[in-house]
Design a protein around this ligand. Structure first.
Ligand SMILES: [Fe+2]
Ligand SMILES: [Fe+2]
Length: 350
């Protein structure tokens, strides 16, 4: 469950649908009806009530709720559909924080108003991006934990795709990348960066949504084999020696096996996971593939993977700048497809 949740109190579930969708962009959403007793308000941060105050049971519910909200210093927005003086007076008497017209205000505006009361120092976009990072991060961690047992549930992976795209669309790539870079788990940071660069590149290239989704899935799982690499090697705070490097390099084939064990995984994703360290000149691993043996998705993922690795902070070196990292990619003559590298550079340089 997300660490912050908004309660939508409604006496009409269908009518509350758009409001709930708007809330879910920013926080978890708990829908409650007028029979709710408000015994447990964790981890609720605010309430939007869309009920008819004229009805006695709605009024009683709101009375109980306003007391709890006041105790917790939590904002409660009341949406009125009539806006009569009597209703506004009643709302004021109950101690409701703010009263808006449900007919005049879009659900997203109502939710933005609630979050201005909850976190006045943050913009709506900051909160949206942070919330979606929490969703993507927890989904990735769940996926990675499952992978330690040698398998994986693609449905879990899929849950990260929507929030990742929403965060990039609403907040832009740079803001999203900054948030990921601040995370302390190296593997989570790397995989989310790769998935995000892949998503941004796919959008830039105008790929159809099904191809875009496949690429993001591949980005999220491409290093899942690292779940089976000893932590002493995976998180070593220094350069790996040759034997540790050999162990680390097994992650590509191990990842393939984890996905194969999961069953019915798209062959494109299987290939991307096994071959994202292959180079066009045959110098890569694990299979030493060359040129035409390496598919388009793999080529694209490999470029994003190298760029992410170069621009990440590591315990033993500072992150490389965008310019330096692109220079290295451009210098990998014979290993990467030059036209694709240039297209990637254009997508990043915007
Ligand atoms: Fe890798
Ligand atoms: Fe990687």
């Amino acid at each position: 469950m997300p660490s912050s949740t908004v309660v939508v109190l409604t006496d009409n579930i269908d009518r509350g649908h758009d409001l709930c969708e708007a809330v879910r962009m920013m926080a978890g959403c708990r829908v409650a009806d007028v029979e709710e007793q408000w015994l447990n308000l964790e981890p609720v941060v605010g309430v939007i009530a869309d009920v008819a105050l004229e009805r006695p049971n709605s009024r009683r519910c709101l009375q109980r709720l306003t007391v709890r909200c006041r105790d917790r210093r939590m904002p409660l927005i009341y949406l009125t559909r009539t806006g009569t003086d009597a209703v506004l007076r009643e709302a004021g008497n109950l101690g409701i924080t703010a009263c808006f017209s449900a007919l005049a205000m879009e659900p997203r505006t109502v939710v933005a108003a609630l979050f201005r009361l909850i976190a006045p120092a943050k913009t709506t976009t900051d909160l949206l991006v942070e919330h979606n990072f929490e969703l993507v991060g927890s989904t990735f961690s769940e996926m990675f934990d499952t992978a330690r047992s040698g398998s994986l549930d693609m449905e879990t992976v899929n849950e990260a795709i929507g929030p990742l795209l929403v965060a990039i669309r609403e907040g832009g790539l740079d803001r999203w990348i900054t948030l990921i870079q601040a995370h302390d788990d190296t593997t989570l940071r790397h995989c989310l960066l790769v998935a995000s660069y892949v998503a941004h590149f796919a959008i830039y290239l105008g790929l159809p949504s099904s191809e875009r989704t496949t690429l993001i899935r591949a980005g999220l799982v491409h290093d899942v084999g690292k779940a089976l690499i000893p932590l002493s090697v995976l998180n070593k705070p220094g350069k790996l020696d040759s034997s540790e490097m050999a162990t680390m390099r097994t992650h590509a084939a191990l990842g393939y096996e984890i996905l194969a064990a999961a069953g019915s995984v798209d062959p494109i994703i299987l290939a991307a996971t096994r071959h994202h360290h292959e180079m066009l000149d045959g110098s890569g691993y694990p299979d030493g593939l060359q040129g035409g043996q390496i598919g388009d998705t793999v080529r694209l993922l490999t470029i994003c993977d190298i760029y992410a690795a170069l621009t990440e902070r590591r315990p033993y070196r500072p992150p490389m700048s965008q310019t330096e990292a692109l220079q290295i990619l451009r210098g990998m003559t014979g290993k990467l497809e030059p036209a694709l590298v240039e297209a990637f550079a254009a997508s990043i340089e915007g």
